[in-house]
Design a binder for this molecule. Structure first.
Ligand SMILES: [Zn+2]
Length: 325
């Protein structure tokens, strides 16, 4: 007889603007932890005491699954693995979590060059790089023991399978129970904020950066084909109106793209100039997020041949190609 799995959300504090993160304790035939919070003393204490309240110690965990490499989700992975727990992530996560110095350097030179081509002043670009380095310190490098394939069953939890849900992060996975209509979704869909499709370096020595917003929109279209009755998100409360929310997110992308198209009416602009016009209050403080947002929507417009760009002194200038629809 298999036991149906009980889903127990565990909320942990993070040092990040996004606020607390939700991990999940899944108790069925196996005991599984999904995500682990940032690598801080406070987060570790709350995680261990929450597990204890549910009658579980790290030694009782049969497996640990991490939805994506971002430190607010993956930060304590290494400690959990060192406690002897089998650690699972998609294969795509390996370069991001393994602390490979070649990949880290490649990523840093990618961002430096990309920001320059977006017209970001060098001082601000350097500041972003320092923030990225600081951000990485909230996670310790590790290599997952198992890299499941999308569609594989989650051991010990009947009905649950792994979904590949990239866009917010290239290695993003979710757990899905088709019969029950349940998704444990990490950051693929959040109830109160839109998930940013963050810019990512391409795989080592690949020339093309991934078009992350387009990837994310493909993921959202895919999720619309699934039975989603209840979603447990990485931030915020569980919610049931997933399909409505997905349609809203998709529509919001189109509207933001249109707003950018409007700004390009008069003159060609750089990504940085667009950031300053679209997000005048936050573009300097949250440059990384804002650049991802603008570049992603330019990719969307580009995919529909609605913008083109010229390169002048290593900087891209975007222009509108046609009449505004
Ligand atoms: Zn994330």
């Amino acid at each position: 007889m298999t036991k149906p799995s009980t889903i127990i959300p565990i909320t942990l504090p993070t040092p990040f603007d996004v606020g607390p993160v939700n991990c999940v304790l899944l108790k069925g035939d196996a005991v599984t932890l999904i995500d682990s919070g940032a690598k801080t003393e406070e987060s570790r204490e709350v995680l261990l005491s929450s597990l204890k309240e549910n009658g579980v110690t790290l030694a009782d965990l049969d497996q640990y699954i991490c939805t994506h490499y971002h430190p607010d989700h993956a930060g304590l992975s290494k400690e959990i693995q060192q406690a002897g727990v089998q650690t699972l992530m998609l294969q795509e996560a390996v370069p991001y979590v393994s602390g490979n110095s070649e990949f880290i350097e490649w990523g840093e030179s990618f961002y430096t060059e990309l920001y320059r081509s977006f017209g970001v002043p060098d001082a601000l670009g350097r500041l972003e790089l320092l923030k990225l380095r600081k951000y990485r310190t909230f996670s310790a490098p590790f290599v997952p023991d198992i890299t499941p394939m999308p569609g594989d069953a989650v051991l010990g939890h009947e009905g649950f399978t792994f979904l590949k849900t990239p866009g917010h992060a290239p290695d993003h996975l979710s757990l899905y129970n088709e019969e029950q209509g349940i998704m444990i979704g990490g950051d693929v869909l959040l109830p109160h904020i839109s998930s940013n499709a963050l810019l990512e370096p391409p795989a080592l020595n690949d020339a093309e950066r991934p078009r992350t917003l387009l990837q994310y929109r493909d993921t959202l279209h895919y999720l619309l084909t699934l039975n989603l009755g209840l979603v447990y998100p990485g931030h915020g409360e569980p919610f049931s109106n997933a399909h409505d929310l997905i349609r809203k997110r998709l529509q919001d992308h189109l509207e933001r793209a249109k707003a950018i198209e409007h700004l390009l009416s008069d003159e060609p602009l750089t990504v940085f100039e667009l950031c300053a016009r679209l997000f005048p209050k936050v573009y300097e403080k949250q440059l990384g997020l804002v650049v991802s947002e603008v570049a992603g929507h330019l990719d969307l417009l580009h995919s529909e041949s609605r913008v083109s760009h010229d390169k002048e002194n290593h900087v891209f200038y975007f222009r509108r190609t046609g009449a505004i629809r």
